[in-house]
Design a protein around this ligand. Structure first.
Ligand code: ADP
Ligand code: TRP
Length: 340
């Protein structure tokens, strides 16, 4: 029953201020936000309420939020074109989240693999917030009636859940209140893997620092990490078929292609049959070329927290204007408003 025709196109995405952004966050998500802001009204959110679903040191949270805002801006998001803001400053996210908690079903949330991964064996002792995390994410999207959501592949299941919530809400209340949010997942860099194990995604929670390249790494660190990246003893294969069983090699080629905006097969053709040392040598230059201007800009921006906080505050006011209207409509539809 829902149709997106009746809604203006609007982009929303969020990144958690959980300490340090890595190449996976950049290539899988942030880099893809930049061209979208030219075409659509866009909102990019620092999702601190998601971050606190696991313990965050209060004294460090503000600087972590500023670091995400700095990464957005250093990567090319223009706060004059897009709304760059902070989730906790727009309380409507939480007000809608409660209503959506009453729409979403336990069975749906029980299927979420990210919760299972993050909770692990500790299921009885993690926060309730970690369980209902995807509902707050649906709320982030729905409070702006966002139609497009650029994310990495690991967030696909959460997006599916948001779509289920939209559909049930619109059905239950017999009104097309929300558009169906469409994921935008860049195939080329949907999932950047660990440099130590090509079957695990690059993640800030990996114990090995050599598994990930951080946006704040120096040229020297980038170079060391790529040199040490796991590879096979044999040279690169001669066919894409053989490459299928070589996750580490595939990952290095994926990073290369994504940084250069090149086709994966073209990059593979260039290096097929060659030694890994040759690929790594070029990859070091390419990654440094891509990341060093972003890192330098991030360092400049994070030295002025007042400036970043001002951007987040002003963005939050703009976001709130949209969110208040949507929440009012929702309260009307659900029957929560007094008649005025
Ligand atoms: P993390 O997953 O590292 O905790 P976030 O949850 O804040 O970081 O994710 C921010 C964005 O980065 C999301 O869109 C997510 O899909 C994307 N992302 C995270 N890790 C990767 C990865 N290894 N490859 C591609 N995209 C990723
Ligand atoms: N859950 C997302 C992640 O871990 C972050 C996020 C929160 C998000 N709210 C969002 C992403 C809304 C897109 C849209 O990466």
């Amino acid at each position: 029953m829902s149709s997106n025709k009746d809604f203006p196109r609007r982009v929303l995405s969020g990144v958690q201020p959980t300490g340090g952004l890595h190449l996976g966050n950049y290539l899988g998500a942030i880099k893809n936000f930049v061209p979208l802001q030219e075409k659509f009204q866009s909102l990019f959110c620092v999702v601190d309420l998601h971050a606190i679903t696991v313990w965050q040191e209060p004294k460090e949270l503000m600087s972590k939020k500023c670091e995400v805002a700095a990464a957005f801006i250093a990567s090319g998001i223009d706060p004059k074109k897009s709304i760059v803001f902070n989730q906790s400053q727009v309380a409507e996210h939480l007000q809608l989240a409660w209503i959506l908690n009453c729409v979403a079903r336990m069975g749906w949330l029980n299927r979420m693999t990210q919760f299972k991964d993050k909770a692990g064996k500790n299921k009885e002792n993690v926060s309730v917030g970690l369980f209902t995390y995807p509902v707050l994410m649906a709320s982030d999207i729905m409070i702006y009636k966002a139609t497009h959501v650029p994310v990495g592949e690991d967030q696909k299941q959460h997006l599916e859940l948001a779509r289920d919530i939209v559909q049930k809400f619109n059905n239950d209340f017999k009104k097309n209140v929300f558009p169906m949010p469409e994921p935008i997942i860049m195939k080329s860099a949907a999932r950047i893997m660990s440099l130590r194990d090509g079957t695990k995604k690059m993640s800030k929670s990996d114990i090995s620092e050599y598994s990930r390249i951080m946006l704040t790494d120096s040229d020297d660190e980038i170079s060391k990490k790529i040199k040490k990246a796991k590879t096979d003893a044999m040279p690169l294969p001669n066919s894409l078929k053989e490459l299928e069983n070589m996750p580490e090699a595939t990952n290095l080629l994926t990073i290369y292609a994504a940084c250069e905006d090149e086709n994966f097969e073209l990059v593979f053709n260039r290096y097929q049959g060659k030694n890994f040392s040759e690929l790594k040598k070029d990859l070091i230059d390419i990654v440094i070329n891509k990341l060093s201007p972003i890192r330098d800009e991030m360092i400049k921006l994070t030295s002025d927290e007042d400036y970043l906080q001002k951007i987040l505050q002003s963005g939050s006011l703009d976001a709130k204007k949209i969110a208040t209207e949507v929440l009012k409509e929702v309260y009307d539809v659900v029957g929560l408003n007094f008649s005025s």
